[in-house]
Ligand binder design. Sequence first.
Ligand SMILES: [Zn+2]
Ligand SMILES: [Zn+2]
Length: 162
Amino acid sequence: MPGGRSRLQRTLGKKVRQLDYHEEDYRYPPKPDSYYDVKEKGMCRWCGNLINNERGERNMRASWHPDCSEEYRMIYDTTYVRKYIRQRDYAECNWCGEYDPRFHVDHIRPLYEQKGLSNSEIDLSYWDERNLQTLCRKCHKEKTKEDMKRLREIKNEQKEKV
Ligand SMILES: [Zn+2]
Ligand SMILES: [Zn+2]
């Protein structure tokens, strides 16, 4: 796919490892080491495994498995995610059913639950499309309120334990 490649390169952005990306912004999980370390063609920057062509030979022109690049973009490329969810849910709210062209992509289990976890503890299923839903602006506001209330409860429970 011509054109596709330059778009992907733009999307992928910075190649410099950040020491603790997760601490900086818990909405995005840290990238795997192969993302930074794999420099040769024919090796996937996401899973670190060889990329073969249809004939089973190493594909020296590719840097990503198609599935891996899809997985990557579903996590880091918010424009891509939004487009994907729009096609899946038709911009119809999962709570009230209203159509809202300015809908929000909501994480059903909120991402703050992943905040402060170490790399090995992070649960990537939080970024899976099964954890994504379309909410209209009104319902998203409600949901955020509920999420925040729950967050305060958790914090209070933790305080009481100390
Ligand atoms: Zn891969
Ligand atoms: Zn709604």
